[in-house]
Design a protein around this ligand. Structure first.
Ligand code: B12
Length: 212
């Protein structure tokens, strides 16, 4: 296959000019500018120009730097696997669930541990959806339960991942280790709490459905 060589450019095609922005942990000034220029040179750039040097807090500086790269790459040599899949429409998906499962699919979403990045989960679950797709709450075929953020999961996940079950008497089965006793207790507690929460949500959903 013929090569298709490309390189970045700024003003004229193939001039190799790129723009970088970064922060250095030094106060703004002439010495800081020289440090920024050296960063760009050490990255392999030539014709380096420090366009911006601004204080970013007391002992930090923000830089915008231009320079020329001499690299080029063969665009034709890049291979990226493309996942080909058929997208199911709203009605089609609900019909398949109704026909093949004859019950609603319950999806529980949560940001676990200390994670508070709820936007991604909300995008999947919320009625209004994201990027042109409805969220699961909109589908009659799904019951979407969004537990929100910072849900305590780690022990429960470990217990489940290890195919272990902590039963109500406090005895854990499966492949949790002997020294996992505090973990077992905590796993049991967080599993129980999560199950109770989900049960309450399902009950509330059923009642709302009954009321119409
Ligand atoms: C907004 C944001 C925040 C907001 C979150 C607000 C909120 N309520 O959600 C705030 C400011 C709180 C935040 C904080 C932090 N953040 Co932040 N944040 C982002 C940011 C800029 C955008 C995320 C977002 O909302 N995108 C829009 C949604 C719609 O897209 P999405 O999250 O990718 O979700 C989609 C898919 O990924 C997928 N998906 C997501 N989850 C799941 C789950 C399943 C099961 C499936 C199937 C699919 C799926 O479907 C979603 C819809 O398409 C990203 C960088 C980025 N551009 O992605 C960093 C980023 C996620 N954050 C990061 C970090 C490091 C942090 C902090 C630790 C920073 C700090 N030092 O304090 C804290 C952690 C706070 C905490 N306790 O969790 C890193 C994570 C790095 C990593 N891989 O570990 C990122 C990638 C930025 C980076 N490059 O460093 N953050």
């Amino acid at each position: 296959m013929d090569k298709h060589l490309i390189r970045p450019y700024g003003d004229r095609k193939d001039d190799g000019v790129i723009q970088l922005s970064f922060v250095l942990p030094v106060p703004a000034g002439e010495k800081a500018k020289e440090a920024a220029a050296q960063v760009a040179k050490k990255l392999g750039l030539s014709h380096v120009l420090v366009a911006t040097c601004e204080p970013a807090g007391g002992d930090y500086s923000f830089f915008v730097v231009y320079g020329r790269t001499h690299m080029q790459l063969d665009y034709n040599a890049i291979e990226v696997p493309v996942v080909v899949h058929r997208k199911h429409g709203f009605d089609e998906l609900n019909d398949v669930i109704k026909r093949d499962l004859q019950r609603r699919i319950v999806v529980v979403g949560a940001c676990i541990g200390t994670d508070s990045h709820t936007t991604g989960i909300d995008a999947i679950m919320n009625m209004k959806g994201f990027a042109g797709d409805y969220g699961l709450e909109r589908y009659p075929g799904f019951r979407a339960i969004n537990m929100g953020s910072q849900v305590e999961p780690a022990p429960a996940r470990r217990a489940q991942g290890g195919r272990a079950r902590a039963d109500r008497s406090g005895k854990a089965r499966g492949n949790l280790r002997e020294d996992d006793l505090p973990l077992r207790r905590s796993a049991r507690r967080s599993q129980d709490r999560a199950r109770a929460w989900i049960r309450r949500r399902i009950r509330a959903g059923n009642e709302a459905e009954r009321r119409g």
